[in-house]
Ligand binder design. Structure first.
Ligand code: HPA
Length: 276
C-alpha cells in the first residue's frame, strides 16, 4: 500500500476517533515534554495504536498518544510521542504522524525536541527557536520514487523554518516572559551521543544545537507545503563542551525542570497557531 493510501486511512481514523473532521495546526512534543497535552481542556485522547499505520514508540513510558484540542479559531492536534530513525524505523514511519497531521488539514506544524547545546553561551534549560538545519545523517525521508500527490520531486528548503512562525514565537516567548534565542539544529542519527570531534565539526559547520529528530519531519512537511516551526530545549551541553559524560537521565531531568516554562510557551502558542 502506498504512503498516500496509508495516510488516507489514518486521516479517516483520526476524524472518526476525535469526532473532528479537520485539524488546522499540529504540535509534536519531544523527549520529556509529552505530558503537556494531558491537562488541556476539551482534549480528546487517541492512542497511536488505534490509528492505522501509526508507528507506536517502544521507549519507556510513552506509548504515543494523539490529542485533538479545540480552540476558538480551529482544532490543534498534539502528537505526544515520536519515533526516531535510530530505533531502526524507516523514515516513512518516522514522518508518518506529521504527514497524517498535514493530510488532516494542518497547514502549520510546530516540532519540539531535546537537543545538546553546541553554541557558546547555551546552557541546559535554554529554549532555542530553530532558524535552519544541517542534515548530517546522509538520510532523507524523500528518497525513493516521488508521489506527486504529496509534493514535488525537488522541494525547496531555503526557508525550511517559517519566518512568520519564528516571528510569532518571538512574540509568544515575550508574552510568556521566557527568554529564548535562535539557532541552527544539526541532525545526527544517534543513538550514541556525538564525540567531541564531531561536535567541533558541527560548531565549525554552523550548528548551534545537535539532536536526533525533527529534521526528517521538517523535510516531509515542507514537501507537503506545510509551514514548520521548531523549538529545542537544550537539555545538556554537547560532548566535549560538557564537563561530564552525557546521559539520557540528564536529558530527561532537564526536561522535567523546564516543564513550567515550556507549558507557559505552548499555552500562549497553541491558540495563536490558527490566527496567523
Ligand atoms: N546529542 C544528540 N542528541 C541529543 C543531545 C545531544 O547532546 N541531547 C539531547 N538530544
Amino acid at each position: 500500500m502506498s504512503v498516500y493510501d496509508r495516510l488516507q486511512e489514518a486521516v479517516a481514523a483520526i476524524a472518526r476517533a476525535t469526532g473532528r473532521d479537520r485539524h488546522d495546526a499540529a504540535v509534536v512534543l519531544g523527549s520529556g515534554l509529552s505530558d503537556y497535552a494531558r491537562g488541556l481542556e476539551g482534549a480528546v485522547e487517541v492512542p497511536y495504536r488505534a490509528i492505522p499505520h501509526f508507528p507506536v514508540p517502544k521507549v519507556e513510558g510513552h506509548a504515543g498518544e494523539l490529542y485533538s484540542v479545540p480552540f476558538p479559531d480551529g482544532n490543534v492536534l498534539v502528537l505526544a510521542g515520536r519515533v526516531h530513525a535510530y530505533e531502526g524505523w524507516d523514515l516513512d514511519d518516522v514522518v508518518f504522524a506529521v504527514r497524517a497531521a498535514a493530510s488532516s488539514g494542518c497547514r502549520r506544524v510546530v516540532l519540539t525536541n531535546a537537543a545538546g547545546g553546541v553554541a557558546d553561551g547555551l546552557a541546559p534549560g535554554d529554549l532555542v527557536v530553530i532558524r535552519d538545519h544541517l542534515n548530517l545523517t546522509g538520510r532523507n525521508p524523500l528518497v525513493g520514487p516521488n508521489d506527486d500527490r504529496l509534493g514535488p520531486r525537488f522541494p525547496d528548503l531555503s526557508a525550511a523554518y517559517s519566518p512568520q512562525l519564528r516571528a510569532t514565537f518571538a512574540e509568544v516567548f515575550a508574552d510568556a516572559g521566557v527568554h529564548h534565542r535562535e539557532g541552527v539544529y544539526a541532525w545526527m542519527l544517534g543513538p550514541s551521543y556525538e564525540t567531541p570531534a564531531e561536535i567541533q565539526m558541527v560548531a565549525r559547520a554552523g550548528g548551534d544545537l545537535v539532536g536526533m529528530s525533527t529534521v526528517p519531519e521538517t523535510i516531509a512537511l515542507r514537501h507537503m507545503g506545510v509551514d514548520v516551526g521548531a523549538i529545542s530545549l537544550v537539555t545538556n551541553l554537547a560532548a566535549g563542551i560538557s564537563p561530564t559524560p552525557l546521559s539520557h537521565q540528564e536529558v530527561t531531568e532537564t526536561a522535567t525542570r523546564a516543564k513550567a516554562r515550556i507549558t507557559a510557551v505552548l499555552d500562549a502558542l497553541l491558540p495563536r497557531l490558527m490566527r496567523l
